[in-house]
Design a protein around this ligand. Structure first.
Ligand code: SF4
Length: 536
């Protein structure tokens, strides 16, 4: 029997109740202690406590400070780990720390944009996104570093999970969420916890999509969040990133007291249990342990009667897009065709120019690339040092930087992924979180960035531009972009590509499951088990 209750329950296909507890700035965690004290007294109910990692981008206690207390109460913890506050070395250090505390369940995420902090807004870090954190966890699980110079480490049996937002209103945002989900699963995510939301049809579409794509052996645990009208309004304004809240929900909440709000959560729990989800991840501002137990007990009483109350569970946003056509039962028809086009709008001229330049001068096999490589002296092997960065042809390439800066927002990272973005814009300059493997979950219902409502999410544009260029957007589900190489910062990215020293040759095409991996690296027994993912 696995000592990790959460993992064992997923393996046994037992419905898991987890509670999300939010740690704040104060080191006195009385409410938290009270909650786990109550939970620890019960044999059933909530046995898994998930603990946030500086939520809302504000200073707070990190989860590792309370996981010992959770274990002392006979409970299992899920520690959230985001990339917003620390670079790759700090994240790896935290993972070693979590391993030394015997914390196995890690929920990886990119993280909310930093907000208030000491004397102003904190610096956003985002050296690794959620996909790359999962990749790092894989290296620690098998005990190896990611390079020849990194020494071997003691392996640790992490059980990593990831987050997906199934409630996106627009096609581009939703498809990019699904693609990134696939990348996360291929990177080792063994369970998925969803963003919170209030449209059961959208939530169930996630399961339908995973089934269609053959990844439904990974357990999905929906978030069931109990909002007040005030919190729902804050969500709707975009102050809690990624939440989709309709006016209908707010109007209902205005008339409701706590018992009705808990009843709705119970209805949701009953529905997700009946629809085959792996558990319910329950949270809400100020929610006490007895409230959570009330939700669970009420859900049991409701049983299958949730089916008669679908109008309370599907509160759609105006013009909400669905992947499948509507079925006869109020849900989507999973046998219907995907509601996506193979071509979107026409290509803008800037994109057209960039793609032509790629074909002529950047692509490995292009005549222009060979011509320039010969002149730069980088044709035989990747150069070391900077002594090749001079001369007439190098100065010609500098002009490309000016063009990219003006038209694509290039910030000169020197490790360019514009071809992967299908020239929709520089994700180092136009994505606040500088993400390289797809979007965060925070874009607004109109497709604008969670941080800046005046700007489109650049990953939404990447999806649209990819379709416009008649390329397959599934590249975003399979291509792993490695972390940015900071030794290339402020050097010429085109020269680096021609010299083959940028990320291009280190990109990987990921598959599910990893075909190259051996059975020794599997975490759990069982052929078709969600936790049967193999490590990289
Ligand atoms: S541009 Fe998109 S992915 Fe980047 S921070 Fe904004 S919403 Fe997130």
């Amino acid at each position: 029997m696995d000592e990790n209750y959460f993992r064992q329950a997923l393996k046994d296909h037992r419905f898991v109740y987890s509670a999300e507890l939010v740690l704040g700035r104060d080191h006195a965690v009385e409410d938290f202690e009270h909650f786990i004290n109550e939970a620890g007294k019960e044999e059933s109910g909530v046995r898994t406590i998930s603990v946030t990692d500086l939520p809302g981008g504000r200073p707070a206690l990190p989860p590792e400070f309370v996981t010992g207390s959770i274990r002392d109460h006979g409970l299992t913890s899920i520690a959230h780990l985001s990339g917003k506050d620390g670079n790759r070395n700090f994240i790896e250090g935290r993972l070693h720390g979590l391993a030394s505390l015997d914390v196995e369940n890690i929920l990886t995420m990119t993280g909310d944009a930093p907000s208030d902090g000491f004397e102003g807004r904190a610096k956003p870090v985002y050296d690794l996104d959620s996909v790359l954190i999962l990749q790092m966890i894989n290296t620690l699980r098998v005990g190896h570093g990611d390079g020849e110079s990194t020494s071997t480490m003691t392996p640790f049996d992490f059980c990593p999970g990831a987050v997906v937002n199934p409630y996106k209103v627009r096609k581009a945002d939703q498809m990019m969420q699904y693609y990134k989900l696939e990348l996360k699963i291929a990177s080792g995510a063994q369970y998925i916890i969803t963003q919170l939301g209030y449209n059961l049809r959208k939530l169930y579409e996630l399961k339908q999509y995973m089934h269609r794509e053959g990844i439904d052996n990974v357990p999905v645990i929906p978030s069931v969040y109990v909002p007040t009208a005030k919190i729902a309004r804050i969500m709707q304004k975009g102050n809690i990133p990624g939440c989709v809240v309709s006016d209908e929900l707010i109007n209902r909440l205005k008339k409701e007291k706590k018992p009705q709000r808990l009843e709705r959560a119970a209805l949701m729990v009953a529905a997700v249990k009946s629809l085959g989800f792996a558990g319910a991840h329950i949270g809400g501002f100020g929610l006490k342990y007895r409230d959570v137990m009330h939700i669970i007990e009420t859900a049991d009483i409701i049983g299958e009667a949730w089916k008669d109350r679908l109008d309370e569970l599907i509160m759609a946003y105006p013009d909400e897009w669905y992947l499948f056509p509507e079925g006869p039962d109020g849900f989507s028809d999973p046998d219907g065709p995907y509601q996506v086009d193979s071509i979107d709008d026409k290509m803008p001229w800037v994109q057209n120019m960039c793609l032509a330049a790629n074909r002529m001068f950047i692509d490995d096999n292009s005549v222009g690339a060979h011509f320039l490589q010969n002149r730069l002296g980088v044709d035989e092997k990747p150069p070391e040092g900077d002594n090749w960065r001079h001369g007439f042809w190098y100065s010609i390439l500098r002009q490309a930087r000016t063009y990219k800066k003006y038209h694509l927002g290039c910030v000169g990272c020197g490790d360019c992924i514009q071809d992967h973005m299908t020239y929709a814009g520089c994700s180092m300059g136009r994505c606040y979180k500088e993400l390289r493997n797809g979007p965060c979950g925070g874009s607004r219902p109109d497709g604008t960035c969670e941080v800046d409502a005046e700007k489109p999410c650049v990953w939404t544009l990447a999806y649209q531009y990819t379709l416009a260029a008649t390329q397959d957007p599934r590249k975003f589900a399979t291509t792993l972009i490695p972390p940015r190489d900071w030794t290339l910062n402020r050097t010429n990215s085109l020269a680096n590509r021609l010299a083959d020293i940028d990320n291009h040759h280190r990109r990987k095409t990921l598959e599910i499951p990893f075909p190259e991996l051996s059975a020794e690296n599997t975490m759990l027994e069982g052929d078709n088990d969600a936790c049967h993912r193999r490590t990289d």
